[in-house]
Design a protein around this ligand. Structure first.
Ligand SMILES: [Zn+2]
Length: 346
C-alpha cells in the first residue's frame, strides 16, 4: 500500500511565512506546540506598591543618580536619561569603511517619560484624561525631536519587568532618537516605499484591508484602530495595531484617535495579562515612518509583544506558540507596550 503525503495544512505542517515589511521569511512549526513545557515559568511580582516610594528615583521630589532632584511633578514628566545609550554631542566619524571592521559614530537623544506621579499605577490603570496627556506628550516629543536636523528617527517604548531590563516599577517609558534610522525601521521604510512604487498605495493600508477581510487574526477593534496578530508574527503575543485611516505621522492623529489608542492597546492586552504568569515581558512601539519623497508609503502603527512563552499560554487554544514564536491566534492576547515614531534623516 503506497503511503500518501497529506495535503499541506498550515495549522498542522511546518512552513515559512513571508514578512513583507522586512522582506524575510519566518519559520512556523505548529506541531511543536504539542510538546510539554518544562521550561521557566515566571511568577507575578508582589502587587502591593505604595503611591509614593521614597527610594524610587522616578517619584516626584526624589533624587536621581547623579544628584539631580525631580520636580514635584503632578502629571507627565520628561527628562534626559541619566544613563543615555546615545549622547547628543558626540563626535561624527567613520572608521575602516569597506573593511571587516567598519564603524560609524552615532549620536542621539534619550529621554525618560514618567507617565504619572503615582508610583503604584500602570498606564492601563490611569484615568482616560491622564492617558491622553501621555499620548499628547509622545506626540509633542516626536514633533520637537523630529524637527531637529540631527535627528532622523524617534522611538518611544516601554519595557516591563526586570526580565526585560526595566530597572524601576514606576510607570514610565523611554524615548530613543537617533542620527541615523536604525536597521529594522530602515528596512521597513525601503519595503514600504518599494510597495508604494508598484501599487500606488501604502503597504500597511492594503495589509489591514486584507486582514479585515480574512478576519482570522483580528484581536480587537474600536472606531479608530484595529489590533491584529501579524501573519508573520515572531514574538509570543505579537500584536500590530493599525489605524483605520491612513495616518502617516503620530502627531497627525486626531483627538479621537489619540483617545482610542490606549483603549485598543489595553483591550488587546487584557487577555494576555490574565493568561500570563508574568506581565514582565512586554516590548513594542508605535512605528511611524517618514520617508523623503515617498511619505505616503508609510503608515502609523503600534506593535507590541512578549518574549516569553509559558505553559499557561500554550494551553490557550487560541494561541499557537512554537519555540517562543506565536504563529497565529484567532482572537485576544497581547500585551501593552509603548509607542514610537520615526522620521528619516534628510
Ligand atoms: Zn516611583
Amino acid at each position: 500500500m503506497s503511503r500518501q503525503t497529506p495535503a499541506f495544512e498550515p495549522t498542522e505542517h511546518p512552513h515559512r511565512r513571508y514578512n513583507p515589511l522586512m522582506d524575510e521569511w519566518v519559520l512556523v512549526s505548529p506541531h511543536r506546540t504539542k510538546r510539554p513545557w518544562q521550561g521557566q515559568v515566571e511568577k507575578l511580582p508582589p502587587e502591593v506598591r505604595p503611591a509614593y516610594d521614597p527610594t524610587c528615583y522616578l517619584c516626584p521630589g526624589n533624587e536621581r543618580a547623579g544628584g539631580v532632584r525631580n520636580p514635584e511633578y503632578t502629571s507627565t514628566f520628561v527628562f534626559e536619561n541619566d544613563f543615555a545609550a546615545l549622547l547628543p554631542d558626540g563626535p561624527r566619524g567613520e572608521l575602516d569603511a569597506g573593511s571587516f571592521f567598519h564603524t560609524q559614530a552615532e549620536t542621539g537623544v534619550c529621554r525618560v517619560i514618567c507617565f504619572s506621579p503615582r508610583h503604584d499605577l500602570t498606564l492601563g490603570e490611569m484615568e482616560q484624561a491622564e492617558i491622553r496627556q501621555v499620548v499628547d506628550v509622545w506626540c509633542e516629543q516626536v514633533v520637537e525631536l523630529g524637527s531637529r536636523p540631527e535627528i532622523a528617527y524617534v522611538q518611544l517604548f516601554e519595557n516591563r519587568g526586570a526580565m526585560m531590563g526595566a530597572s524601576n516599577p514606576h510607570p514610565h517609558g523611554q524615548l530613543w532618537s537617533n542620527y541615523r534610522v536604525p536597521q529594522i525601521p530602515a528596512v521597513e521604510d525601503r519595503q514600504q516605499a518599494a510597495y508604494f512604487a508598484v501599487h500606488g498605495r501604502p503597504l500597511l493600508v492594503d495589509y489591514l484591508a486584507a486582514e479585515v477581510e480574512a478576519g482570522a487574526r483580528l484581536v480587537v477593534e474600536n472606531a479608530s484602530w484595529v489590533a491584529l496578530v501579524p501573519f508573520w508574527a515572531v514574538w509570543p503575543f505579537e500584536t500590530l495595531v493599525l489605524p483605520r485611516r491612513h495616518v502617516v505621522q503620530m502627531p497627525d492623529l486626531t483627538a479621537d484617535e489619540r483617545d482610542d489608542i490606549l483603549a485598543i492597546i489595553n483591550a488587546a492586552a487584557r487577555p494576555i495579562s490574565r493568561a500570563a504568569t508574568s506581565p514582565a515581558t512586554i516590548r513594542g512601539g508605535i512605528t511611524i515612518e517618514e520617508i523623503g519623497g515617498t511619505i505616503d508609503a508609510t503608515c502609523a502603527s503600534v506593535s507590541f509583544g512578549s518574549w516569553i512563552a509559558t505553559n499557561e499560554r500554550t494551553n490557550d487554544p487560541r494561541i499557537t506558540i512554537v519555540s517562543g514564536v506565536v504563529a497565529f491566534c484567532s482572537s485576544s492576547t497581547r500585551e501593552m507596550v509603548a509607542p514610537a515614531t520615526a522620521k528619516r534623516h534628510a
